[in-house]
Design a protein around this ligand. Structure first.
Ligand code: GLV
Length: 309
C-alpha cells in the first residue's frame, strides 16, 4: 500500500521517522519524495492543501492526524473517501491536564494573586470552593469528553454532559440532550466545550447560551472556534467582569494581533495546544487500523460523514 504522509507541524521530522520505523514493508511518501499522486491509496494527513489533495485520484482511505476532521471535510475536492481519526488516551490525558489547569486557576482565584503580584500586594486569604462543590458540564460528550469527564470525576468534581444525540455508548456521568440544554447550563458552574466543527455547532455558544450560564462562571473552549459567536462573547465579557473564559481554539487561527480577546482581563488564551497529538501512540494506532482494513474490500468510514465527526 502506498501512503502519503503530510503535516505542517514543527515536529514533522519526528513524525516521519516514527512512521517509517513502524511501517516496515509499506511505501511511505512525503511531498519531498518522488511518486505518482494517482498511486497513493492511503493519506495520513493534517491540513493538506486542496491542490495536492485533488491529485489523489485513487485514494481509498484517509487518516486524520488529530481528533478533528474538519480540515478534511472542508477541502473543496473532498467527496466521500472513508475517514479515520485519532482516538488516543494519551491525547485525552493531555486535554485533561490542560482543562484541570484552567479549572484550578479559576477555582483557586490565581488570577487575583497574579495581579496582586504585579502591584506588590499581599492580599487577604479567602476560602475557595472544594472540588465537590463545583459542577463541570462537558459540552460534547464524545470520546475525548468522556475520558476527560471520567478523570475529573475521580477528583470529586460533579460531572454532567451534553450531547446532540444520545447513543448507546456508556457514559459514566449524567448526559443531557437537545431540549435539555437549559437544565445543563443552569446546573454547570464551569462549561468545557469539546464540540467538533460542524454546521450544527456553528455559533452554538451565543448570547442566549451565555446568558443562561452562571454570572461568575467559567467557559473553557478546547473544541473548535466555530462554536463560539465571538462578538456575543466579547460583549458578555465586557458586561460581566467576573465571568471568565479560557480559549484554546478560535474562528481564525492564529488569532490576529488586533483581536479584542487579547485585551480583555477575563480571557485566557492558549494557541491550540490543549491536546497535541502524541506521536508514538498515534502511529501505533494508525498502523493497527491500516492492518485491519487493508484486506477489506469496501472500507467503512469510522467518521460519520453526514454528522461530520
Ligand atoms: C486538535 O485540534 C485535534 O483535532 O486533534
Amino acid at each position: 500500500m502506498k501512503i502519503l504522509f503530510y503535516n505542517p507541524w514543527p515536529n514533522q521530522n519526528k513524525w516521519i521517522l516514527s512512521i517509517k520505523k513502524k511501517f516496515v514493508g509499506y511505501q511511505i511518501y512525503t511531498l519531498k519524495d518522488k511518486f505518482k499522486f494517482e498511486d497513493i491509496e492511503c493519506a495520513i494527513i493534517w491540513n493538506l492543501p486542496d491542490n495536492i489533495f485533488k491529485k489523489l485520484s485513487r485514494l481509498k482511505v484517509i487518516f486524520s492526524l488529530g481528533a478533528g476532521v474538519d480540515h478534511i471535510l472542508k477541502l473543496p475536492s473532498y467527496k466521500d473517501t472513508p475517514i479515520f481519526r485519532i482516538k488516543d488516551t494519551n491525547m485525552s490525558k493531555r486535554m485533561f491536564n490542560h482543562i484541570l489547569s484552567q479549572v484550578l486557576y479559576y477555582q483557586l482565584k490565581l488570577k487575583k494573586f497574579e495581579n496582586g503580584k504585579i502591584k506588590k500586594q499581599w492580599l487577604e486569604e479567602e476560602e475557595t470552593l472544594l472540588n465537590q462543590q463545583i459542577t463541570i458540564g462537558i459540552l460534547g460528550a464524545g470520546f475525548l469528553g468522556n475520558e476527560v469527564g471520567k478523570n475529573l470525576k475521580k477528583l470529586n468534581y460533579n460531572i454532567i454532559g451534553y450531547k446532540n444525540s444520545k447513543n448507546n455508548t456508556k457514559i459514566p456521568f449524567e448526559v443531557f440532550t437537545k431540549n435539555q440544554i437549559d437544565i445543563f447550563l443552569k446546573k454547570s458552574d464551569i462549561i468545557v466545550s469539546i464540540l467538533p466543527a460542524t454546521l450544527a455547532t456553528n455559533n452554538f455558544i451565543d448570547k442566549t447560551f451565555l446568558q443562561k450560564m452562571k454570572r461568575q462562571g467559567l467557559l473553557i473552549n478546547v473544541g473548535r472556534g466555530n462554536s463560539i459567536n465571538e462578538k456575543h462573547l466579547i460583549k458578555h465579557l465586557i458586561k460581566h467582569k467576573d465571568f471568565y473564559v479560557s480559549l484554546d481554539v478560535f474562528k481564525n487561527e492564529p488569532l490576529t494581533k488586533n483581536h479584542k480577546f487579547w485585551d480583555l482581563p477575563n480571557v485566557t488564551i492558549t494557541p491550540h495546544i490543549a491536546a497535541v497529538t502524541d506521536i508514538e501512540s498515534s502511529v501505533n494506532y494508525i498502523f493497527k487500523r491500516i492492518n485491519s482494513i487493508k484486506k477489506v474490500k469496501k472500507i467503512k468510514s469510522e467518521v460519520n460523514l453526514k454528522k461530520g465527526y
